[in-house]
Design a protein around this ligand. Structure first.
Ligand SMILES: NC(=O)c1ccc[n+]([C@@H]2O[C@H](COP(=O)([O-])OP(=O)(O)OC[C@H]3O[C@@H](n4cnc5c(N)ncnc54)[C@H](O)[C@@H]3O)[C@@H](O)[C@H]2O)c1
Length: 258
């Protein structure tokens, strides 16, 4: 159990999937949580379900003004933020580069990289004024092992680098910044792709553990990084992928090649 009683944690994308699991787990461990999401109905629903010590604000991470206003709203009930997770994100598109409109590329890239930049900038500014904190960003194994997704993979690689650049900038200012690289996680994000006709069995076949991670398993890592137990960690990259990045080349054989 990770004690978070003194923590006041804002989570973008907190209304669904990994972000919702983080809000739920942090709240259970005693934290005050602020859910920021573009989906106000879902944010309000989770907030009501959590009850006391939960707050929400509608915010679009692609707009600096929108996130500033959301943080101001939360500030009335959360005087200082000492934890933040940037989990807002949109699905990758799967288009061949020679046919991909620039707009589609930019849309996914900018949601991820601009959203992380804007949130960290505005939360970090407030943390600097109130004594510091811990920020956790959400990258992906695609930052380490590129796949065929263009804007999404480039965005996740940029998030990893941005996280480490912020960690260096804030290293003497009591703000730690770490990133998580999940593999496949069983969230609405993935299930929407399945509903749109995607066969998920190749994912399981390429994963040594033969399953996706659960949102609660990613939340456990986020809680550790938000807590004082990880006080020596900044700029770290934590891979939580059920073994995907280890598997290269061998899985097609089954287990040991003949
Ligand atoms: N699910 C996976 O397999 C997986 C793997 C690696 C990384 N990730 C990353 O983890 C994060 C969370 O993914 P998830 O699976 O929980 O997705 P999800 O779709 O369940 O949740 C994402 C949330 O972000 C919100 N959001 C989207 N755009 C927003 C915006 N502009 N402003 C504010 N909120 C916005 C959505 O409303 C939603 O509530 C994403 O950054 C995703 O890229 C997911």
């Amino acid at each position: 159990m990770i004690k978070l009683q003194q923590k006041s944690i804002v989570v973008t994308g907190g209304a669904s999937g990994i972000g919702a699991a983080i809000c739920t787990a942090a709240h259970k461990e005693g934290a005050t949580v602020g859910i920021v999401d573009i989906n106000g109905d879902a944010a309000q629903e989770l907030c009501t379900a959590l009850g006391r010590r939960a707050h929400f604000a509608v915010g679009d991470v692609e707009s600096e003004g929108s996130i500033d206003a959301a943080l101001e709203k939360l500030s009335t009930s959360m005087p200082a933020f000492n934890g933040c997770v940037t989990s807002a994100g949109i699905m990758p598109t799967r288009e061949p580069i020679e046919e991909m409109p620039l707009e589609n590329f930019k849309r996914v890239l900018e949601n991820h990289i601009n959203g992380t930049f804007v949130t960290c900038k505005l939360v970090g500014r407030r943390m600097l004024a109130t004594g510091g904190g811990s920020i956790v960003t959400m990258s992906s194994v695609l930052a380490l092992r590129p796949g065929p997704v263009l804007g999404y993979g480039a965005g996740k690689a940029a998030i990893k680098n941005l996280t480490q650049a912020m960690a260096v900038q804030w290293s003497k200012k009591n703000i730690r910044v770490n990133t998580i690289c999940p593999g496949w996680v069983d969230t609405p994000f993935i299930r929407k792709q399945e509903a749109a006709g995607r066969d998920l069995s190749p994912i399981l076949n390429m994963t040594p553990m033969g399953r996706m991670a659960l949102p609660s398993e990613i939340a456990n890592i986020a809680l550790f990084l938000l807590s004082d137990l990880s006080s020596a960690m900044t700029g770290s990259v934590t891979v939580a992928d059920c073994g995907i990045t280890l598997a290269g080349g061998y899985l097609p054989y089954g287990e040991l090649p003949e």
